[in-house]
Design a protein around this ligand. Structure first.
Ligand SMILES: Nc1nc2c(ncn2[C@@H]2O[C@H](COP(=O)(O)OP(=O)(O)OP(=O)(O)O)[C@@H](O)[C@H]2O)c(=O)[nH]1
Ligand SMILES: [Mg+2]
Length: 613
């Protein structure tokens, strides 16, 4: 065991893509943890498939390095706003944070969110101005922005006195001086050792350990990760597990691990301040306390921000149900969803009146999208409804989530963007125009208003706009419709295969979402109408071959490139009367009611009911 004075526990926090995982790579490499010539892939901590594919961190992960005589436990965290709950929990595990800020982009919405959490937990911050190698880097301005943010978030004097390290995680360089880089990470290691306090809890007190992260392994089963809060924990020891519901169970610590680089190393015992993994406790869950059975005291329950977005998950009942997936029944769907709750504490699942439908709530479209993506890879088929923002009641008043939105746009599209956001009830809180032709605008906007906005935004800025947002607060519910899709859709009348001829026949009505040959069904959405109403189309039409000449002429006809949706884009696109059908092979959009006549009747009834109300 290291002496407590030789331990440093830090988390790396930042806005998405500011370079956290790359920084961890270099901290690992230069600490000499890998054998010579050992092949370690880039962004090694992003170890799961989806993380590697998308190039983002989804789950927080632990590692540890030794530097000189010190043990530095490092937690890499996700930067995307939807995984803010993950970051929040980690704050309980560490004594300090590296706040990484991109030397060009500066403070972004999620920089504010994660710094706010770190300050609220009274952690010691170190500011890392990363990507100093970027030609447009503007480190001194970025430091000013960071300082303003600290002040705005109510940092105390000690926190305001934050040390700064300038770095290029990509190149593995760092320095205390913005003007020049040393060709190693020494400035970073030294700043951590000098500034982050070592753990102060006592190893003499009765054991307490808070389960903060969860992992799973085929051989070991559930693995609980967290920090020993008090006392000493030993392999083979009997402990009490204090459940989230307030109950108590007996358990035994079968195996204990510390972290070292990308590995877990079995250890006999660990003491207050150590970050460790525990295997062998069967039903252990995040938020539970492992304690001394003679003095069983639970740690305060982890407070997690409430979910802000919900959608209904249903059994697939499209005409193509059961064709492409392995798991299609409501029982399977139910088990899978409730299973997810064990590792994802930001998620909620509720049953409904129907055994075929569940309400699933999470922190945003990406959060729910990742769950769906994982499910389809495991072989599930399902349908989901349009994501809805969760309105909460506080002191009898209806409140809705408000997002902080930061956009960078070319000056010439500023007017159009501001107008479109005005319609979505956004309120501008800041504007920076430093004469480069790009303007930075900051808004507070109801989360509702952002649903379906991205496509619109990219069109308005001709692809040159960048938008970033993160949860800010709850605000009074704004009346009326905010946001949503303004365009109608093209709905297939046929079951069959789309043909080039059929597609060409409807191309002037809008933008198609399918390619020739795609299987479609009646009621499936195959394109977007140029107007605001839905129309039905037949894209399966076969050309009557009346003469050979015109048949060959067809070969030269080119169709426009169809718009193909990613899963999250599809979710964002949905309207109230539509579902997204997801299978391991396809993502399809459909009307809830497939037949045109029935759809029209239902619409008439809805309008009548509205008029009577
Ligand atoms: N030029 C430059 N690029 C960098 C630097 N550090 C990271 N990058 C690049 O920035 C991108 C994002 O890096 P990541 O390390 O995945 O960022 P992250 O903060 O872990 O991202 P999330 O976990 O998704 O929030 C990658 O393409 C990196 O190669 C740097 O110092 N300079
Ligand atoms: Mg990362």
């Amino acid at each position: 065991m290291h002496s407590r004075e030789q331990i440093r526990n830090i988390a790396i926090i930042a806005h998405v893509d500011h370079g956290k995982t790359t920084l961890v790579d270099k901290l690992l490499q230069q600490s000499g943890i890998f054998r010579d010539h050992e092949h370690v892939q880039e962004r090694a901590m992003d170890s799961n498939d989806l993380e590697r594919e998308r190039g983002i961190t989804i789950l927080a992960k632990n590692t540890a390095i030794t530097y000189k005589d010190y043990l530095i436990n490092i937690v890499d965290t996700p930067g995307h706003a939807d995984f803010g709950g993950e970051v929040e929990r980690i704050m309980k595990m560490v004594d300090g944070v590296l706040l990484v800020v991109d030397a060009y982009e500066g403070c972004m919405p999620q920089t504010r969110f994660v710094l706010g959490k770190a300050l609220a937990h009274n952690l010691t911050p170190i500011v890392v101005v990363n990507k100093i190698d970027r030609p447009a880097a503007r480190p001194s301005e970025v430091i000013d922005e960071v300082l303003d943010l600290f002040i705005e978030l109510g940092a105390n004097d000690h926190q305001l006195d934050f040390p700064v390290v300038y770095a290029s995680a990509l190149n593995g360089t760092s320095s205390k001086d913005a003007a020049q880089q040393d060709d190693n990470m020494q400035a970073m290691y030294d700043t951590i050792i000098e500034n982050i306090p070592s753990p102060t809890e006592s190893t003499e007190d009765p054991l307490q350990f808070l389960v903060t992260l969860m992992d799973y392994n085929e051989y070991l089963g559930r693995i609980a990760i967290g920090r020993v809060n008090r006392g000493i924990i030993r392999q083979g020891q009997s402990v009490a597990v204090m459940t989230r519901e307030g109950g108590m169970k007996q358990a035994r610590i079968e195996k204990l691990f510390g972290f070292q680089g990308l590995k877990r190393i079995e250890t006999e015992q660990a003491g207050a301040g150590d970050i460790i993994a525990i295997a062998g406790i069967k039903d252990i869950n995040i938020g539970e306390t492992i304690a001394d059975p003679q003095n069983p005291e639970a740690l305060p329950v982890l407070k997690i921000d409430e979910p802000t977005l919900q959608m209904t998950f249903l059994v697939n009942n499209s005409p193509f149900a059961g064709r492409e997936g392995k798991w299609v029944t409501s029982r399977k769907l139910r088990d899978r969803l409730f299973n997810e709750l064990e590792t994802d504490v930001s998620l909620r699942v509720e049953e409904t009146d129907s055994p075929d439908a569940f309400i699933v709530s999470g922190r945003g479209e990406l959060h729910l999208g990742i769950l769906i993506e994982n499910m389809r890879r495991e072989g599930y088929e399902l349908q989901v409804s349009k994501p809805e923002v969760i309105v909460r009641e506080v002191d009898g008043k209806k409140m809705e989530p408000i997002e902080r939105l930061l956009i960078d746009v070319p000056e010439e599209s500023m007017g159009a963007v501001m107008e479109s956001l005005g319609m979505r009830k956004a309120e501008m809180v800041n504007m920076i125009n430093n004469g480069t032709g790009q303007v930075r605008l900051e808004f507070l906007i109801p989360a509702r208003g952002l649903i379906g906005y991205r496509t619109n935004f990219l069109t308005l800025t001709r692809g040159y706009g960048v938008m970033n947002h993160a949860f800010d607060s709850y605000g009074p519910l704004i009346g009326g419709q905010v946001g949503g899709r303004h365009q109608g859709v093209l709905v297939s009348t046929e079951n069959g295969n789309a043909t080039l001829y059929g597609i060409l026949g409807v191309e002037d009505r809008g933008t198609l979402f399918v390619e020739p040959g795609a299987e479609v069904y009646e009621g499936m959405i195959v394109g977007e109408h140029t107007r605001d109403n839905d129309i039905v189309v037949n894209i399966c039409k076969e050309k009557q071959l009346t003469n050979v000449r015109s048949a060959t002429k067809d070969d030269t006809v080119k169709m426009k490139t169809p718009r193909l949706f990613s899963l999250e884009q599809a979710l964002e696109y949905l309207n109230d009367d539509e579902y997204c059908e997801i299978t391991p092979k396809n993502v399809r959009l459909r009307k809830k009611i497939l037949q045109k006549g029935e759809r029209e009747r239902a619409e008439k009834q809805r309008k009548q009911a509205q008029a009577n109300a």
